[in-house]
Write a protein that binds this ligand. Sequence first.
Ligand code: GLC
Length: 436
Amino acid sequence: MNKQELIEGAKAVLNSNFNEDKGFTIPCEGLYPFQWHWDSGFIAIGFAHYDIEKAKCEIESLLSGQWDNGFIPHIVFHNESDTYFPGPDYHRSDLHPASPKPVKTTGITQPPVLGFVLKEIYDIASNKQDILKFIKRNIDKIYQNHTHFYTHRDPYNEGLVYIYHNWESGTDNSPIWDEIWQTMNPPKYKYERKDTTHVDASQRPTNREYDCYLHLLEIAKAHNYDEGKIAELSPFLVQDPLFNAILIKSNEALIELYQIIGGNNNKIEILKSWQDKAKTRFEEKLFNEELGSYVYYDLRNDKQIAYATSSSFTPLFAGIPNKERANKLVDSLIQNFGSEDLFLCASFDPKSEHYNPVKYWRGPVWINLNWLIYRGLKRYGYLEIAKRLKQETINYIELHGFYEYFDARKDQFENAAYGGKNFSWSAALTLDLLNE
Ligand code: GLC
């Protein structure tokens, strides 16, 4: 496939996943039939390259699900669908007084991409006047979302926020959570899995894992999604390097955009104070010297979760490490994830016993993580490895199409494609890479 064909293919995926009626894009037919938070952010970047109105529409439809307290949920249920569990009747966002009335949502969130997405769209848009109008209309909502995080998700005032559910991480089925599942003893709930009707069960979480996921939601629902109660009671309370790097990058983007808009000095000062605190603590708390990588921190049990994952490299995207630490990090990327037999970048340490090359988030390559790492490598000037990462990402799509995730092993390249087909963010971010 030549470059133009790839671009046309990516647009076709996005256009066919766009719901004209409701003005948002599903991640993928069947498997993910609603609007997902961070998916929509990446999707909007893709649209910005050829249909800026759709990019705006994507973001505003997501924000229509924002709660009065600033919280932005991980799914907005604009439409009905029976191909996904758990749906709106399970999540019951209405339990929280600040949830929106006209639309149902979940009561958990996802990596806060919207800040940096606004800046990406601003950079891509040819009509800056017009896009600034859109940004002015929405930027405060994102600022309020960050305020909500630092007010409710940062109990020790460290500048690092926690997530209370693996579905908040975006890396849903990572081995990172395994130890936490072992500390839990969830009831055996009665429900019908839908994911395993779309994708082979061997690539999806087990039923016990699903019971843990639901149990966390049951705890939150029993307290009407009260953040204070969740912090007190949830067995899952994790400071995630990917989530926090994205928040920090989004803070940075909000500062840049407020400066372009003018005024707003108060907000800029507050954003800068968050940044200073967050970056300092990130460096102190989330780096593991032995691994030469950033890691997750289990706040409930007060310890690092010492594994390298693709998330470990995303602090580069947010400009967090100094040059010396960045060198160390990139060395570990090349040595552990970039050896001769592997394409970049496996989602979990390929040398670990927990690595599974085909199971979702336990090893396969994801296009959005590759995109974040690519941007990070470029930001720091690691151009050679960045170029390799970009090329290997495009190679997957060229051979297989816009799948959800891919096997990192070079000798499996012919059969590397997994998960959902015609997956929106794979299309959107390929468009962005090709339009560079
Ligand atoms: C899966 C992914 C999550 C994504 C969602 C919709 O659950 O783990 O990151 O947002 O699918 O694509």
